[in-house]
Design a protein. Structure first.
Length: 135
């Protein structure tokens, strides 16, 4: 075997524009609102089920409450992360580069090739259009 084809990861970055910043902030705000709605729904369901369980078996209420509290704590963590992401994004200046989901490129390697020369790479995107390739 004289050659082999491999997938090499390529970093993708988006140049922050007003349009992208607005889109990302809207997505984050939507996600925060969704988590808040889920928390409200969970609280409503928890209160109903806990009241129902209290009529049947009072000893089963504490573990059920703990389960609901754990779910609520997870939702609070998600909301806190989204809020931190929002604050970070609001502080970024237009033109900043945001890391995005990496891609892979297919590379054919031969014996004696320099791995450092083929590894890495970066694609810079602005408003959905590729504006630069970087090594």
């Amino acid at each position: 075997m004289d050659e082999i084809q491999v997938l090499i990861p390529v970093a993708v970055k988006s140049k922050l524009t007003e349009a992208l910043k607005t889109t990302l902030l809207n997505q984050i705000n939507q996600n925060i609102k969704s988590v808040e709605n889920d928390m409200t729904q969970l609280e409503f369901e928890a209160n109903a089920k806990l009241a129902e369980q209290a009529k049947i078996n009072m000893q089963a209420v504490a573990p059920l409450r703990a389960q609901y509290d754990a779910q609520k704590a997870q939702m609070i963590q998600v909301k806190d992360k989204l809020t931190a992401d929002k604050e970070h994004l609001e502080k970024l200046t237009i033109g900043a580069e945001l890391p995005r989901q990496p891609l892979n490129r297919l590379v054919t390697l031969h014996i004696g090739d320099d791995m450092n020369a083929v590894a890495g790479g970066e694609i810079l995107v602005e408003d959905g259009k590729i504006i630069a390739f970087r090594e």
